[in-house]
Design a protein around this ligand. Structure first.
Ligand SMILES: Nc1nc2c(ncn2[C@@H]2O[C@H](COP(=O)(O)OP(=O)(O)O)[C@@H](O)[C@H]2O)c(=O)[nH]1
Ligand SMILES: [Mg+2]
Length: 351
């Protein structure tokens, strides 16, 4: 899974990236996004690790990419912008970073933060970028006129509805499309079809309220990104001490990744044992046989059944599996069982 951080220049994107990774974002080439792998911290998985003491511990890893800022209004260079946004199209979800800190040094903006305007500008850019793609395709299909085959006519009809929404300033995800239409349009990877988490980048103290940022976001969070970026650079022991001193219980950067993760409709299930304790990402509604396929194709092919109990039940009896069984919470499920967030799964299979 990949998340792309987008936003105006100086909004605090790279600082947010550093809060996630502890590293300076280094793009492979100029005008290209920098990519880092972030391990999704999950308190449940950490508890399972401490309980099982496995040889190997593997949390979910997602890719986060940091972009050079979108150009300011009035300095838009069309070619460059679409190149930047093309990389964001490859992402499963977007994080819009809006500035909530005073920045008297930054030349592109007034010092006082206006995160609502920030977010709106970015959303508008995303809408424009999608509109451009839809229009280009519409023109091409319309040129075909009567020569268009049926499926192209269907696509054109769907694209007209998409265009209408975009021209209204609405996201592609607000257009109701049937599954056939969705399939026809999937290849465009519209930016406004993706889930978006709004992150307000706050100063070390105070700052505007995230509730004041209007817009249709799947998640909305505020992060003291600069402070967290400094914390992320520390080694584990120093970090714990520093956080205790400041009275910070958990890092907001972790909640951002978790929220974006949920916004994408993604959940995790766990596998546990002496060898490895591991989290796996699956889409909501995933049947057990497909979840097994995430682990290994052999497990999908030879799937017999899945032994399942929930983390909550296991934790509730202090990690005593016999207790889970006694409570009737240890289940044997078939191929179609829909795996739930926090399930601990053991797949029985034949080779
Ligand atoms: N006070 C404060 N300054 C920040 C914060 N985040 C970023 N900055 C400063 O704002 C400027 C631009 O930040 P940067 O992350 O590079 O923005 P980007 O252009 O969106 O990547 C830098 O000087 C940062 O130090 C924050 O949370 N608080
Ligand atoms: Mg930057």
């Amino acid at each position: 899974m990949r998340l792309a951080i987008v936003g105006s220049r100086g909004a605090g994107k790279s600082t947010l990236f550093r809060a996630f990774t502890g590293d300076e974002p280094i793009p492979p080439r100029p005008n290209q996004p920098a990519i880092a792998v972030v391990r999704v911290r999950d308190e449940r998985l950490e508890w399972l690790r401490d309980h099982h003491q496995p040889k190997k511990y593997t949390p979910v890893a997602i890719e986060v990419c940091d972009f050079p800022g979108l150009p300011e209004p009035g300095e838009i260079d069309g070619a460059k912008l679409s190149e930047l946004l093309a990389a964001a199209r490859e992402a499963d979800g977007l994080i819009i970073c809006a500035r909530g800190f005073e920045d008297p040094t930054y030349p592109y903006r007034v010092a006082t933060p206006d995160p609502a305007a920030d977010a709106e500008n970015v959303l508008t850019e995303l809408v424009f970028a999608d509109l451009e793609i839809a229009m280009r395709r519409i023109e091409k299909l319309e040129r075909k006129g009567g020569n268009a085959i049926d499926i192209e006519k269907q696509e054109l009809k769907a694209l007209h509805r998409v265009r209408e929404a975009l021209e209204d300033g609405r996201a592609v995800k607000t257009v109701s499309l049937n599954s056939g239409e969705q399939k026809l349009l999937r290849g465009f990877r519209f930016l406004t079809e993706k889930p978006i988490a709004l992150v307000l980048s706050l100063p070390d103290e105070g700052g505007p309220d995230v509730a004041g940022v209007a817009g249709d976001f799947e998640a909305r969070l505020a992060v003291r990104a600069k402070l967290e970026a400094e914390i992320a650079e520390l080694d584990d022991d120093d970090r714990t001490e520093f956080m205790e001193d400041l009275g910070i219980e958990s890092l907001a950067s972790e909640s951002v990744v978790a929220a974006a993760f949920r916004a994408c409709g993604t959940i995790s299930f766990f596998t546990t044992g002496e060898d490895e304790v591991r989290a796996w990402e699956i889409p909501t509604g995933c049947p057990a046989v497909e979840a097994a396929g995430k682990i290994h194709t052999d497990l999908q092919r030879g799937f017999i059944r899945a032994e399942v109990y929930s983390y909550d039940d296991f934790r509730g009896v202090d990690g005593d599996l016999a207790g889970v069984k006694k409570a009737g919470r240890f289940r044997v499920e078939g191929r179609e069982y829909v795996v739930q967030d926090g399930d601990i799964v053991n797949v029985r299979f034949s080779v």
